[in-house]
Each structure stands twice: as C-alpha cells, then as structure tokens.
Design a protein around this ligand. Structure first.
Ligand SMILES: NC(=O)c1ccc[n+]([C@@H]2O[C@H](COP(=O)([O-])OP(=O)(O)OC[C@H]3O[C@@H](n4cnc5c(N)ncnc54)[C@H](OP(=O)(O)O)[C@@H]3O)[C@@H](O)[C@H]2O)c1
Length: 377
C-alpha cells in the first residue's frame, strides 16, 4: 500500500509518521518546500522520543521526501510530476496546516483551505482512487460555547471564534463537496487541543500551550512585571474573562495519533466519516489559569466580562481571539463513532496541571501547588 503524508514535520504529523511507519513499509512525505531538512527534523524527533535505532537508520530508505507548497496549485509541482505522484497513492494523510490562532483569514485560507483543495485534487487525479484521511479540528464547531457537539454536525450558524476555526470549517465543507461529487470516501479526524508531557526541545515543533506560555511571558515583560522574586501576595493580578466552571478538551498528541491510525484500519464508508478524537475527561478552565500561575509570576481571577478599568497587564494578556474566548467554553464533544469503532477508551492519560507543566517546563521542578486565585474571590 502506497501512503502519502502531508505535515510530517508538525507536532501531530511527526507522531503520525512514526505510527504509519509501523504499519507500512514506506511513506511519501509531501513536505513544505520552504522549510527543508525534513529527514534531519524527523530523525531528531525519533531520537528525542526514543524510537528504535533500526527505525532511525532505515528512515532514508523507507521515506521519500517530495518538497511541495500545498497552498499553490498542484502543490507547486509541474503537471507531469503532479500526475505521476497522483497515480502512486492508495491513501493520503493530510495533516499539514497553519494553526496560527491569531492569523488573518487570507493567510489561513491559503494553507488550510487551498491546501486541502490541492490535496483533494491530487486524490481525484489518482488512478488508484486513494482514501483521504483529513485532519480537521473539533473547533470547527465555532462559537458554540455550551452543549454537546456531534460528529456529524458541520455548520456555521454560530460563527467562529477566530479565522483559524473558520478556515478549518471551510476546508471540511470542501471535503464534503468533493466526496459527494466524486462519490469517494474521506475520513475526517477532529482532534481537540493537542498537548504533550514531552518537555520542550529545540528540535521539536511548538504546540499551542507553548504559544500561550510565551504570550503570557511576553505580556509580563512588556509591562515590566516579569520579576519572579516578589512575594506571592505582591504578584500582579490579571482578571481574565472566562467561566469559573468552564472546561476544555485536551488530548495527548501521542494518543490522538494512535487513535487516528487505528480508525484508519476500518474500511471507510462511501461517504465522509467524521470522528471526534478527544479525551474522555475535560480539563477545567481553572486548571488552565492555575497552570498560568505556575508558569509566570502572576495571580489570575476569572471575571464574567472585560472590566472597564483594564490594567496594562490585562490589556496585553487579552489574547483575543486566539486564546481568551476558550476560557469561556464549556461544551462537550460526542465521540460515539470513535467508541463504536475503537471501544471505550482504555488507560487514557490523565491530563492535569502536572501533565501540562511537564510539557512546558522540563528542567525546573513544579512549584508547590497554590490554591488558584479565583477560588479565593
Ligand atoms: N495542534 C493542535 O492542538 C491541533 C488541534 C486540532 C487540530 N489540529 C490540526 O492538526 C493538523 C496538524 O497540526 P500540528 O499541530 O501538527 O501543526 P504544526 O506543528 O504547525 O505543523 C504543521 C505542518 O504543516 C506543514 N505546512 C505548513 N504550511 C505548509 C505548506 N504551505 N505546504 C506544505 N506543508 C505545510 C508544516 O511544515 P513546516 O514545519 O516544514 O513548515 C508542518 O509540517 C492541522 O491540520 C491542525 O489544524 C491541530
């Protein structure tokens, strides 16, 4: 079976690549021409994550790297090369994308929507009629902060928290239209927020919580409040708009990738099969603010609406629309389809503050847990 993977150098793609190499003899990596050193990056990931030496040694012979730009017509390839590639594949995993939560719609559309269109064109051109595994996001549900989101739902009636969500929604609608037109199956995999307890490493791609960590640090530095030597009582307080009983779904990236490749073992239906690849338990928003307090010298307080007298720190910590809105989420994702195929989740990792901390601060021990600030107010 000839399998292609886009986004193989990404946070999720690297995990998919490792698992796909356990199942298939070889893989074609449709990589990002603009960045390069693909095998070096993959090798370093495999080394850091303790992959068998044999797998690392075999990497150059078991993978074929095809530099592309997914956002360009025919992925930036010549017509001949595109046609030749298209005829090679039995399955295409599409994990590439831009996850820039603060990005503008035009740039996000180029990668997420046009990129998906070009992957679909590759699949349409292929004589072997490859199955597509399209990595979407549970956040295509948009500004629907409460209730239950079902795997078959896809609509824009609630709008979107940000351009990233909209671009991923638009990509999914393309997938549905393509499947109807070509009468071909597509498997849509919708993970929630992907996290890891693997300590950050210069060789590894950044993940969304690292971005949050950096933004909080930047906000403190920009307002001259980054001094960590203050007594706790003297730490600056940031009032953040959010729900005290809010919760978010966070899925360990390794488990998400494992679930995805297991779902791919199932014969797809003739249509679009969508799966919520989510954790059984949500993470309370209060745990997220507690994490911020461990990471940075500040205290947080969740408030219902933006105060009229925002401080300089609060103004620079209002990461709207990429992060702030999610502190008000309390919806759940139904994953009946996943459970039907894979059974009830077994031994899922507990995602809590200690787990998330491990994925952000490798070298220093976690400070003693403090009662979260909002609990005192
Ligand atoms: N991370 C999450 O929490 C999360 C949650 C839900 C869904 N998802 C979805 O999961 C997928 C993978 O996300 P991720 O976390 O792995 O993202 P990531 O770490 O940012 O990786 C993105 C990948 O896409 C590639 N890429 C970007 N632009 C490209 C282009 N124009 N042409 C070809 N390749 C391009 C990147 O290559 P270079 O690195 O070489 O630029 C990289 O391999 C995305 O579709 C995302 O929407 C992610």
């Amino acid at each position: 079976m000839n399998v292609a993977l886009t986004g193989a150098t990404g946070f999720l793609g690297l995990r998919l690549l490792r698992l796909l190499l356990e199942r298939h003899g070889s893989l074609t990596l449709l990589t990002h021409a603009a960045t390069g050193d693909v095998l070096g990056r993959v090798t370093r990931f495999l080394g850091v994550t303790g992959a068998p030496e044999r797998l690392i040694a075999e990497l150059p012979t078991r993978t074929r790297v095809v530099p592309t730009d997914l956002s360009r017509p025919r992925m930036g390839l010549s017509a001949a090369r595109f046609g030749e590639l298209a005829d090679t594949f039995d399955a295409i995993w599409h994990s590439a994308g831009s996850i820039n939560l603060e990005g503008d719609l035009a740039s996000l559309r180029r990668v997420n929507v046009e990129g998906t269109r070009n992957v679909l064109e590759l699949a349409a051109a292929g004589s072997r009629r490859p199955v597509i595994f399209h990595v979407s996001t549970a956040f295509v549900a948009g500004v629907r902060r409460e209730g239950v989101v079902y795997e078959d739902e896809l609509d824009d009636t609630h709008g979107f928290e940000n351009a990233y969500e909209r671009s991923k929604y638009e990509a999914e609608t393309l997938v549905h239209a393509w499947s109807r037109t070509h009468r071909r199956p597509v498997v849509v995999l919708r993970p929630s927020i992907l996290v890891t307890d693997l300590p950050p490493h210069a060789e590894l791609p950044r993940h969304p919580l690292q971005v949050m960590d950096q933004l909080v640090g930047d906000a403190l530095r920009a307002t001259g409040l980054a001094d960590t030597r203050r007594a706790r009582a003297d730490l600056p307080v940031a009032r953040l708009v959010g729900r005290r009983y809010g919760h978010l779904n966070m899925m360990p990236v390794e488990e998400a990738a494992r679930a995805m490749v297991r779902l791919a073992d199932r014969e797809p239906s003739a249509r679009v099969d969508t799966y919520h690849v989510v954790h059984e338990h949500d993470v309370p928003v209060a745990a997220v603010t507690e994490l911020m307090e461990r990471l940075a010298p500040l205290r947080t307080r969740l408030v219902e609406k933006r105060p009229d007298d925002v401080s300089a720190l609060e103004a620079s910590m209002d990461f709207y629309p990429g992060i702030t809105p999610y502190l008000s989420h309390l919806r759940r994702y139904d994953d009946t389809r996943v459970r039907t195929v894979l059974g009830a989740p077994r031994s899922l990792t507990r995602v809590d503050v200690d787990y998330l901390w491990s994925g952000l601060r490798p070298t220093c021990p976690a400070p003693p847990a403090v009662a979260s600030a909002q609990a005192r107010h």
